[in-house]
Design a protein. Structure first.
Length: 425
């Protein structure tokens, strides 16, 4: 087997893309802590408007997914991620400086627009650097930036708000993205043949194996044809429902925990971090076995079903047994996160590279719409009914429905594609 520089690729690239996605997630998820800490009270905003503010990010996030992925595939993932980090760092900091709700709505919308190019661009980037039997783990270590970030951010943001206020929290947490943009620019290359840290033999070996994978998928496909394919449409609908469930959970968990427990914002942050500990363990395990078997689907739908059921059970308990409800929330949060790596390895398994990036972006854009619905509707329910757990029933139904749609997707198993597996040394 030819040397593809696995050790160098994993050691050099994964930490950087992990940090980049982590910083992006700080700047989108810390809104929940600002809302729980008094943003609405300070700016005299009603509950439904607060829910709309949280959801506006995802409306913007929907808009430029496909153009972002297309640019990353045909031009440069390196350039688009660099400028994205600069702009979203500025917009994230402005969240703590703007004096009225109109400007905040515009800011959150633009933040979503800028960040919309990031995730599909990084998924495209991974297809340029990691082979099929590596891809679920590479995607997982990228997406781990989500739960790991929420884990430490839940603690840091809570105590940062307690120390300097929610406005300064937003300002301070936007600055690292701008700094990281220049580190990304200095260390990242778009393609293996540009990487001087790989030997010529490693560059050639990696490119040959990536080419062999593409040949196994048949003729190149235009992305409009991919968008109309049965399985891409099913994945788009499935990810809409999944995102409606999980982002309602992420954005409003701090507020729900704070109201149900009656604790201060610092301890609320600590408790809100618990589900993400389990998520980290399950994501790593699911991606490892999905790469080992190359049967992605079986590591997706069962977790989503478990997540939905655990959410429903937590909803049923309500605030009357907070300890048991939090155990179920931890199980649900872990299960909802576990399938991400295998899930985003499915599209490159079934769609040629000529259309896989745009297909992943289309699916992710539908997830953005689902996130908008989940974020707004869960927040609206909490405001309209005065019961913080009412949104859990909505989220649980979305998760169960997403598991059912996932069962209908036709995926490729290990027998249909040559195994070019090379584990990172």
């Amino acid at each position: 087997m030819k040397d593809t520089g696995a050790r160098s690729r994993w050691a050099r690239l994964i930490p950087i893309i992990f940090i980049v996605y982590s910083l992006a997630f700080v700047d989108r998820a810390n809104f929940g802590f600002g809302a729980a800490a008094g943003l609405s009270k300070t700016l005299h905003i009603t509950g439904p408007v607060t829910a709309l503010l949280g959801a506006m990010f995802f409306l913007g996030y929907f808009l430029f997914q496909i153009p972002g992925a297309h640019y990353a595939e045909t031009k440069s993932a390196k350039r688009i991620v660099f400028w994205g980090m600069i702009l979203w760092g500025i917009l994230a900091s402005l969240t703590g400086m703007l004096p009225n709700v109109t400007l905040l709505i515009i800011d959150r919308l633009l933040l979503g627009v800028v960040e919309s190019v990031l995730f599909p661009s990084l998924l495209v980037f991974n297809t340029h650097w990691f082979m099929r039997p590596e891809r679920a783990r590479a995607n997982t270590l990228l997406i781990l930036g989500n739960p790991v970030t929420v884990l430490w951010m839940s603690v840091v943001s809570g105590f940062l708000i307690a120390a300097v206020g929610w406005q300064s929290m937003f300002v301070l947490e936007g600055i690292p993205s701008i700094i990281m943009a220049f580190i990304w620019l200095a260390l990242i290359q778009d393609h293996p043949h540009q990487a001087q840290w790989l030997t010529p033999n490693q560059q050639l070996g990696l490119q040959e194996q990536l080419t062999q994978e593409q040949q196994s998928l048949g003729k190149p496909m235009h992305y409009w044809a991919a968008f109309k394919s049965r399985d891409v449409l099913l994945l788009a609908g499935q990810y809409f429902l999944w995102s409606a469930g999980i982002y309602g959970f992420i954005l409003w968990l701090p507020s729900i925990v704070k109201e149900a427990s009656g604790l201060g914002i610092g301890l609320t942050g600590l408790i809100s971090a618990i589900p993400y500990l389990l998520a980290i363990v399950l994501m790593i395990g699911a991606s490892y076995f999905a790469d080992k078997s190359l049967n992605r689907k079986v590591f997706v739908w069962p977790f989503l079903l478990i997540g939905g059921i655990a959410l429903y059970m937590s909803f049923s308990l309500g605030v009357h047994n907070f300890f048991l409800a939090m155990i179920l929330l931890a199980i649900s949060g872990g299960a909802m996160y576990a399938p991400y790596g295998p899930y985003f390895a499915i599209v490159p398994d079934i769609i040629p590279r000529s259309a896989s990036g745009e297909s992943m972006a289309m699916i992710n854009s539908m997830g953005a719409l689902g996130s908008f619905v989940g974020t707004y509707f869960v927040g609206y329910l909490a405001s309209a009914t005065g019961a913080p757990n009412d949104g859990f029933l909505f989220m649980s139904l979305c998760m169960v429905a997403s598991a059912v749609l996932m069962l209908l997707v036709r995926t490729r198993n290990h027998a249909t594609v040559p195994n070019t597996h090379q584990r990172p040394a």
